[in-house]
Design a protein around this ligand. Structure first.
Ligand SMILES: NC(=O)c1ccc[n+]([C@@H]2O[C@H](COP(=O)([O-])OP(=O)(O)OC[C@H]3O[C@@H](n4cnc5c(N)ncnc54)[C@H](OP(=O)(O)O)[C@@H]3O)[C@@H](O)[C@H]2O)c1
Length: 239
């Protein structure tokens, strides 16, 4: 039987490219996001393999209904990927700019990670993947909520990984930490920028290998190690 995946945040960028690779690999893939026209365009490329669901993850009260509907439609779900994310520079610490980032990257992510984990527990198997970021390694004075939200995701995903391991559940948890990938999210940065195709392929391989954590591209593992050792004053000058 074909494997089935759900990707939250697949109307563009990493989620969309990963969905295409999964479809190519024979998965039936449910893709979500707020932009319905993008979802329809993607479905049109392979109508039998894509299911679409217009959905805003920050409308927390709708999350469980959406996942339940997809579970009913797919019957079982092998893989759930949370790729939804936003990043807004916030030089003046405007509260109105911080809130959507926290709602999308922290509150909705936590809600969906938890629902996915419980769904897998109930069906007896499954693989949860969160697209976090190398941004989780240190702070950043320009985009503070984004960097903090990604640190939250790193630790939450590791906690779920530990929970699954300890209970010997047939559940896998993978934290994907990209550096810069060529999507609109990259905020104009070019340092170590990976093409979307290369990044999506490495993410696909990490999922197949059921890795606990994968830096995308691989060189970001070494950059993240260096970043951890650097004094904050040096990090500050680099960003
Ligand atoms: N590109 C990079 O350099 C980079 C680096 C590290 C980590 N990442 C992470 O990778 C993930 C994907 O980003 P990307 O680079 O592929 O950027 P992107 O093209 O902007 O994709 C972001 C996705 O998130 C979805 N999304 C945003 N807000 C949402 C909401 N409220 N409800 C549902 N979906 C929502 C968007 O769909 P709609 O707008 O249609 O809702 C879109 O599909 C993010 O979590 C990002 O933090 C990216």
């Amino acid at each position: 039987m074909n494997k089935k995946a759900v990707i939250f945040g697949a109307t563009s960028g990493i989620g969309k490219a990963l969905a295409a690779l999964l479809v190519k690999d024979g998965y039936k893939v449910a893709i979500t996001g707020r932009r319905e026209e993008k979802l329809k365009e993607i479905r049109a490329t392979n109508p039998s393999q894509y299911i679409i669901k217009k959905h805003d993850v920050t409308k927390i009260e709708t999350n469980s209904k959406v996942l339940q509907e997809l579970q009913l439609e797919l019957q079982s779900i092998d893989l759930i990927v949370y790729s939804s994310g936003i990043a807004t520079p916030n030089y003046n610490l405007d509260w109105d700019k911080e809130v959507p980032t926290i709602e999308t990257n922290v509150i909705a992510a936590t809600h969906i990670y938890g629902m996915a984990y419980k769904l897998f527990k109930q069906q007896g198997f499954g693989h949860l993947v969160g697209i976090s970021s190398v941004a989780g390694v240190r702070g950043n004075r320009h985009v503070p909520a984004y960097f903090a939200s990604k640190a939250f995701q790193n630790n939450y995903l590791e906690s779920l990984w530990m929970k699954a391991k300890k209970s010997k559940a047939n559940i896998y948890v993978t934290d994907i930490a990209p550096g810069f990938v060529d999507t609109k999210m990259a905020l104009g940065s070019t340092f170590g920028m990976a093409s979307l195709d290369k990044a999506a392929w490495q993410i696909f391989v990490a999922i197949k290998k059921r890795k606990k954590k994968a830096y995308i591209t691989k060189r970001w593992f070494f950059i993240a190690c260096l970043m951890r050792l650097m004094p904050a004053k040096v990090i500050m000058k680099l960003s």
